[in-house]
Design a protein around this ligand. Structure first.
Ligand SMILES: [Zn+2]
Length: 315
């Protein structure tokens, strides 16, 4: 087929190229566009299905080398140490969403197996951190201030839920102890983690931009570091509350403490909105990324907080 085409058209197809180009966002077969080229070939194109604008050179490339930090795109023959390094680099890159989603693009092949490995590794890591905090902190701080929330697995169910129904003990010297129920940082992290899934709840938007599901999976896995970030922010504010007794116990101070906690939570939610806006803007390349991010944040926030509150009351 290729050799039946005019020479100038063949010249458009740069060496070692993808014979059946597809839209990076929706997967639509673009060979019809290519067949329509008679005398010249454009540098940029637009998918007739989803409206994505792209560079034809990116679409034709059989294999685009992903960014150097990307765990998904580490070479197959990388030693284990290099793979771990890439995984850490990918998790840290999540703290710079604008840079992350400008360097990793729709055109970079989605490697589902790698994404699943990275996703499971992050969930296992978070589980380990929570286990150590819930199991360990009551014991560590009991040395100072007596047993607080001892680990008493009264029922098989409670043991099965451990450490997710537990409390992390935060202490600031003897007697100044506070507890952070694990469901609270998980609910906050869950608001961010559920954003790509919640996009499926916007059928009109999804029909218009027709994102392949693997791109949502990539967003989910690369957004998972937002969960330990929420945990870190809450442990910091918890430490602040634990130290309350060292502060002058006036009403002004009490309001200041409440204000610090509220501001920390608000900053976290605004950060999530910003994070997903970068994903929608630079990665998905959708129109109105800010508005969509706000709508998704409200959807996810309402669902996650109502459901985790109900679960925590019920259990
Ligand atoms: Zn498309």
């Amino acid at each position: 087929m290729l050799f039946e085409r005019p020479a100038q058209e063949r010249a458009c197809r740069l060496g070692g190229v993808n014979e059946s180009p597809n839209c990076p966002r929706c997967g639509y077969d673009l060979s019809g566009h290519v067949a329509s080229w008679e005398r010249s070939c454009p540098i940029e194109g637009r998918c007739s299905e989803c409206g994505l604008a792209f560079a034809w050179s990116d679409v034709f490339a059989e294999f685009l080398v992903g960014p150097r930090w990307s765990f998904e795109h580490a070479p197959e023959d990388s030693p284990p140490g290099a793979m771990v390094g890439r995984a850490i680099a990918t998790m840290l890159m999540a703290l710079r969403p604008a840079r992350m989603w400008q360097s990793l693009r729709l055109e970079h092949e989605v490697r589902v197996r790698r994404l699943l490995v990275l996703g499971l590794a992050q969930i296992a890591l978070l589980h380990g951190i929570l286990f150590v905090l819930v199991w360990g902190t009551p014991r560590v701080f009991a040395l100072w201030s007596g047993p607080f929330w001892p680990f008493t697995p009264g029922a098989v169910l409670r043991l099965a839920l451990f450490p997710y129904d537990g409390v992390i003990v935060i202490a600031c010297g003897a007697g100044n102890v506070t507890g952070l129920p694990v469901w609270v940082p998980l609910a906050f992290g869950g608001v961010s983690a559920s954003m790509p899934l919640s996009m499926l709840l916007l059928p009109v938007t999804m029909r218009r931009i027709r994102v392949r599901r693997v791109h949502l999976l990539r967003g989910f896995v690369l957004g998972l570091p937002m969960v330990p970030l929420a945990l870190g922010v809450m442990l910091a504010t918890g430490l602040f509350i634990a130290c309350e007794q060292w502060l002058p116990g006036t009403a002004v101070w009490r309001w200041t403490l409440a204000g610090v906690v509220l501001v920390a939570m608000a900053v976290l939610l605004v950060w999530y909105g910003y994070w997903w806006r970068q994903y929608l803007r630079y990665y998905i390349r959708m129109p109105q990324p800010t508005l969509t991010a706000v709508v998704l944040l409200v959807l996810c926030g309402t669902f996650v907080f109502v459901s985790s509150f109900v679960i925590s009351v019920w259990s």
